[in-house]
Design a protein around this ligand. Structure first.
Ligand code: SF4
Ligand code: MG
Length: 336
């Protein structure tokens, strides 16, 4: 029973002043059928670059897949022609983004835009496509769908526009939906509704989802498995309950503290000091989190931690959990 998607050793580079720098560095993970995988990290950690790599929507001439494979149903889609990839995009794999206003065209009606996706991939009449778009809008919880198809994006609220984007994304019943910060621009109540909607659609359509977010709270709501990314690498991976019960990586611990709490004043939020190193200043050896890590040891800048198994389907890339680490150093961990 092969996973739906297998990303193997993906390396994606960006060209800066003639040289390529990897924004995604040897990332490997699977997405099983019907699974929701959360990808968490601050902005600049490579989450979006990773998803644009899967979709082959990297900015042309700037972003480039430089190594690895992206197998979708056993086929390496990272090497497909533009034409084949166009067939797959929107039909087998689709994507929604943070700001629906930039993905929706302001001059066309909602119905026209959904129907364009459908007619692109399926041999239907305009009338059939209209019926489908109305039923899709109903499926994503939009009231008065027959009327909304004739309206323009600016006539809807942000939450409703995101529902329209979801309707477009699922119009051809894709097997995989990539949702990049789908609720970040929305207020908290609408956020919860959209997450609930995604979960419902995932179940109804037997779809898999990659949910990209900077907010671990969002992950807790609907994900089965979580990948934590830092500076282009996966630093921790675990089933969601396991991650929340026993976070291991110091970066994950800090992300946990940064989860916004409804009953807290914004001032009391824990934030993580410092910045993700930029791709041009990435340390070539050692842990990429070392300059911000509250638990860093001198060795962290000279030894590169590898993602290793710590049991319970849990993997972490940190020297504190590295079994090959000399035993006197391990005491640091045991004392904790
Ligand atoms: Fe911190 Fe060192 Fe672990 Fe990196 S390897 S997360 S710097 S303790
Ligand atoms: Mg992003």
């Amino acid at each position: 029973n092969r996973p739906l998607l297998q990303v193997k050793n993906l390396q994606t580079g960006f060209k800066i002043e003639g040289d390529y720098y990897n924004a995604v560095e040897r990332v490997s993970f699977d997405v099983k059928r019907k699974q929701i995988v959360g990808v968490v990290g601050e902005s600049g950690c490579g989450k979006s670059v990773m998803s644009l790599s899967i979709m082959q929507l990297l900015p042309e001439g700037i972003g480039k897949i430089r190594g690895g494979e992206i197998e979708f149903e056993g086929e390496d889609i990272s090497k497909l022609s533009d034409k084949r990839m166009n067939d797959i995009r929107g039909k087998d794999i689709s994507m929604i983004f943070q700001e629906p206003m930039t993905s929706l065209n302001p001059v066309f009606t909602i119905g026209y835009q959904i129907e364009e996706v459908i007619l692109n991939h399926e041999n239907l009449t305009k009338k059939e496509a209209r019926l489908r778009s109305v039923s899709l809008l109903k499926q994503v919880g939009i009231p008065r769908a027959e009327k909304i198809v004739t309206e323009y994006p600016h006539q809807l609220s942000g939450g409703m526009r995101q529902r329209v984007m979801i309707a477009m994304a699922i119009a051809c019943q894709p097997k995989l939906l990539i949702a990049d910060e789908p609720t970040t621009a929305l207020d908290v109540t609408v956020q919860a509704q959209i997450l609930e909607l995604l979960k419902g659609i995932q179940e109804a359509n037997d779809m898999s989802i990659i949910l990209i977010t900077h907010d671990l709270g969002v992950v807790a709501e609907i994900c089965d498995e979580v990948l934590v990314m830092y500076a282009g690498k996966i630093v921790e991976r675990a089933p969601v309950e396991e991650l929340f019960a026993a976070p291991k990586h110091p970066y994950t611990e800090l992300l946990m503290k940064a989860i916004p709490k409804m009953d807290e004043e914004i001032e009391t939020l824990a934030t993580i000091e410092g910045l993700v190193p930029s791709v041009i200043n990435m340390p070539q050896v050692g842990c990429r989190f070392a300059n911000r890590c509250p638990k860093a040891m001198p060795e962290c800048t000279t030894v590169t931690p590898q993602l290793g198994d710590v049991g319970h389907e849990h993997e972490v890339a940190c020297l504190l959990f590295d079994e090959s680490w000399p035993s006197d150093k391990k005491k640091v961990r045991d004392r904790e």
